[in-house]
Design a protein around this ligand. Structure first.
Ligand code: XMP
Length: 179
C-alpha cells in the first residue's frame, strides 16, 4: 500500500550521532562515574537510548517504560497512559528518564511525578528533541539534543502511526493531498 505522506530531512544521521556523543559526555560528567538507571520511554526513545547508553562509561542499568500520549495522530490528546511496572527498582538510585521529544510537556511531567514516588536518589531527564512550543504543563529537560520548531517529525524512533521509526534521520512529515 502506498503512503499518504512524504518526509523531508531535518537532522541527518551524522549530526544526530555527533550530538548523541556530546550528550553522552555531558551525562558522564554530570554523574561522575556513579551508577545510573536509565528509564527509556517506549517506543519512541528506543533508538536514541540504544545509542546514548553506549556512550555512558559508568555502571548503567537500562529499563523500559511503556508510555502512550499521541494515540496514533499528529496531535497530543493530552492524556498520558503509563504502563507502570511493579518491578521497577528505583529507590535510592540515580534515575535518568530518556524520551524522544518534549512537546506539550505532559508526558515527562506525568512520568517524573510517577517515578518520583519511588524515592530515587536523583531524577533527571534527557530528550533528543525539544519542540519550541508553549507547554501545556511547565517542564524543561535537563539534557537536550536539539531544539526544533513546531512541526511533526518522524524517524530515529519517532513514528507516525507506527511507521517511519526506522528512518536513520529526523524528518518532517508532510501529507500528500489526493489528486
Ligand atoms: P508531550 O506533548 O507529552 O509529547 O510532551 C511527548 C510525546 O508525544 C509524542 N510526540 C511526537 N511524536 N513526532 C512524533 O513522532 C512528533 O513531532 C511528536 N511530538 C510529540 C512522542 O511520543 C513524545 O514522547
Amino acid at each position: 500500500m502506498s503512503k499518504e505522506w512524504t518526509t523531508k530531512k531535518l537532522i541527518g544521521a551524522g549530526e544526530i550521532a555527533r550530538r548523541v556523543r556530546e550528550l553522552g559526555a555531558e551525562i558522564n560528567t554530570h554523574y561522575g562515574g556513579e551508577e545510573v538507571t536509565v528509564v527509556m520511554l517506549l517506543n519512541g526513545a528506543l533508538y536514541f537510548t540504544a545509542d546514548l547508553t553506549r556512550e555512558l562509561t559508568g555502571k548503567v542499568k537500562v529499563e523500559g517504560l511503556k508510555v502512550s500520549s499521541y494515540h496514533g495522530g499528529t496531535n497530543s490528546t493530552g492524556k498520558v497512559d503509563i504502563d507502570e511496572r511493579s518491578d521497577l527498582d528505583l529507590a535510592g538510585r540515580h534515575v535518568l528518564v530518556v524520551d524522544d521529544i518534549l512537546d506539550t510537556g505532559q508526558t515527562l511531567a506525568t512520568v517524573t511525578r510517577a517515578l518520583g514516588q519511588h524515592s530515587p536518589r536523583s531524577l533527571q531527564t534527557c530528550v533528543l528533541l525539544d519542540k519550541a512550543v508553549p507547554r501545556a504543563e511547565e517542564f524543561e529537560a535537563d539534557f537536550v539534543g536539539f531544539t526544533i520548531a513546531n512541526q511533526f517529525v518522524v524517524g530515529y524512533g519517532l513514528d507516525y502511526q507506527g511507521y517511519e521509526r526506522n528512518l536513520p534521520s529526523i524528518e518532517v512529515l508532510e501529507f500528500v493531498s489526493p489528486t
